[in-house]
Design a protein around this ligand. Structure first.
Ligand code: GTP
Length: 541
């Protein structure tokens, strides 16, 4: 029980923080809306103020005819130790303790006028009032303007709808417990409170029905059917109340005496005697407090989650906003270099590992390049016909002596030349990956988030550098290909050493021991040259 009491105290504190921060619910992420509260709803003169006052046990609410409550009043009750003095505090006047409750009433009226003017306008900015007393239970109650049916003299036509909208904006929130006040001397079917409660809480699980003015019912009628839930069903029991009559108020009957009178009324009532232990304003206060505890207990995890989420968002924003920038140019340069280093670190992580992206460069050499090489038209270049043509043309009119070496060289040179295309394409592919990583790294560098111009400058500089590297790399790979084809080692020729074959069907060779000429090479031999070259090209790459 003690923990529960402090839980309500904690919620009270959070609610006050919300008001200071301008969070009255509504837009965006609202802590206010996550907190449970009790809103008092009812038609004008239904007895709302009287119920609130008897729950508190003090007179402190403005009185008067017509529309009195024009701003929501968030009333937080704090139970203090027995024997301590009662006092009230407004959030808008911190550290001033009101012990005179007539002054509290005046301040509520004055503070209402400060925001709305004296024009009978309404405002949804709440007034926060805390009452510290040994005679209350920990509870937050919200007093709302009374629902009306017609605008009276001096009010705009829209006031009826405006009040309804404001009341609805409070009670439609799923965390709002609705204290629906209906006077017993009116048919419950015509109750404004029940009408709006039913609209926003059809199952009745967060509505507490309160029937006032039981003492004012016509002789011979009673509200037992309503109080026992037979006329309109709610999940919670109905509570009957007998407040002070206007005559009592005029006679200055104090609250303690009024509570005693109310208790006596129920205990001695022939109709309600059997319900006496579940009636009256003190019972209502306890019932609400218990229910609020239960709701808070259920809500705590989601409230904590919401607070943590907000903290995370604020921390992230703080990171983004960062430290103040120095004014002197030396320190500014240092800051810029620091940010460049931060970017560099992210970029390096992308390349070396830790962040994704560098693996795509490996992919260029592991998949893309070999796949492109495999597609090169070697079968055409090393086809029987081409090999024959190149070998024949290579020596011009001078026949070769031992092997058609010039022919081999031309074939190899031509083949290696095909590597230039895929080599250049690899440079472009790597360049593309690096450019993409620069873009990603800039957007992932937290420090740069608040400096879009610097981010752009870094991107431009990095891309210019990459462009230069691309040119250099392209030249380098082309040179490498040229180097490969410009000098063929002896070893290479040894590996592809061919024994000339005789043509078994061809004409007899007159120079049997002389140098072989083209005629002495069979198709089969030339085909072998093609295959061997092509194999050796792939072995070397
Ligand atoms: N006899 C009797 N009179 C009551 C009871 N409850 C309220 N009244 C009287 O009804 C009148 C209106 O009560 P309020 O408590 O001011 O009602 P309200 O709903 O706050 O009214 P507004 O603030 O004007 O919307 C006052 O004169 C009260 O004395 C009750 O249970 N019995």
């Amino acid at each position: 029980m003690a923990t529960m009491t402090s839980l309500i105290g904690l919620i009270n504190k959070i609610q006050r923080a919300c008001t200071v921060l301008g969070d009255h619910g509504g837009e965006g992420l609202s802590l206010w809306e996550a907190l449970p509260s009790v809103a008092v709803v009812g038609g004008q003169s239904s007895g709302k103020s009287s119920v609130l006052e008897s729950v508190v046990g003090r007179d402190f609410l403005p009185r008067g005819s017509g529309i009195v409550t024009r701003r929501p009043l968030v009333l937080q009750l704090h139970k203090t130790e027995e024997g301590t003095h009662e006092y009230a505090e407004f959030l808008h006047i911190p550290r001033r303790r009101f012990t005179d409750f007539a002054a509290v009433r005046k301040e509520i009226a004055d503070e209402t006028d400060r925001i709305t003017g004296k024009t009978k306008q309404i405002s949804n900015i709440p007034i926060h009032l805390s009452i510290y007393s040994p005679n209350v239970v920990n509870l937050t109650l919200i007093d709302l303007p009374g629902l009306t049916k017609v605008a009276v003299e001096g009010q705009q036509e829209s006031i009826v709808q405006d009040i309804e909208n404001m009341v609805r904006s409070y009670v439609e929130k799923p965390n709002c417990i609705i204290l629906a006040i209906s006077p017993a001397n009116q048919d419950i079917a015509t109750s404004d409170a029940i009408k709006i409660a039913r609209e926003v809480d059809p199952s009745g699980e967060r509505t507490f029905g309160v029937v006032t003015k039981l003492d004012l019912m016509d002789k011979g009628t009673n509200a037992v059917d309503v109080l026992e839930g037979r006329q309109y069903r709610l999940q919670h029991p109905w509570v009957g109340i007998v407040n002070r009559s206007q005559a009592d108020i005029n006679r200055n009957v104090d609250m303690i005496a009024a509570r005693r009178k109310e208790r006596e009324y129920f205990e001695t009532s022939p109709e309600y005697g059997h319900l006496a232990h579940k009636m009256g304003s003190e019972y209502l206060a306890k019932l609400l407090s218990q229910h609020l505890e239960q709701v808070i207990r259920q809500k705590i995890p989601s409230i904590i989650a919401l607070i943590n989420k907000t903290i995370d968002e604020l921390n992230a924003e703080l990171d983004r906003i960062g430290r103040p920038i120095a004014v002197d140019s030396g320190a500014q340069l240092y800051t810029i270099l620091e940010m460049c280093r931060a970017f560099d670190k992210v970029f390096r992580e992308h390349l070396d590992g830790g962040r994704p992206g560098g693996d795509r460069i490996y992919g260029v050499f592991d998949h893309q390049l070999p796949a492109a090489l495999k597609k090169l038209p070697f079968d055409r270049h090393l086809s029987l016909k081409n090999v024959q043509r190149v070998v024949t043309e290579a020596d011009g009119y001078q026949p070769h002596l031992i092997a058609p070496e010039q022919g081999y060289r031309r074939l190899i040179e031509g083949s290696i030349g095909y590597f230039k295309g895929p080599a250049e394409a690899s440079v472009d592919a790597v360049h593309f990956v690096l450019k993409e990583l620069v873009r990603k790294s800039i957007s992932e560098t937290e420090e740069l988030k608040r400096f879009p111009t610097l981010s752009n400058d870094i991107a431009t500089a990095a891309n210019e550098a990459l462009e230069k590297f691309r040119e250099e790399s392209r030249k380098t790979v082309l040179r490498l290909v040229d180097m490969e084809s410009s000098y063929l080692t002896v070893e290479f020729f040894r590996k592809i050493h061919f024994e000339p074959e005789k043509n078994p069907n061809g004409p007899p060779n007159p120079n049997r021991n002389g140098p072989p000429n083209m005629d002495s090479y069979t198709d089969n031999h030339l085909r072998k040259i093609g295959t061997k070259f092509s194999m050796s090209l792939f072995r070397n790459n």
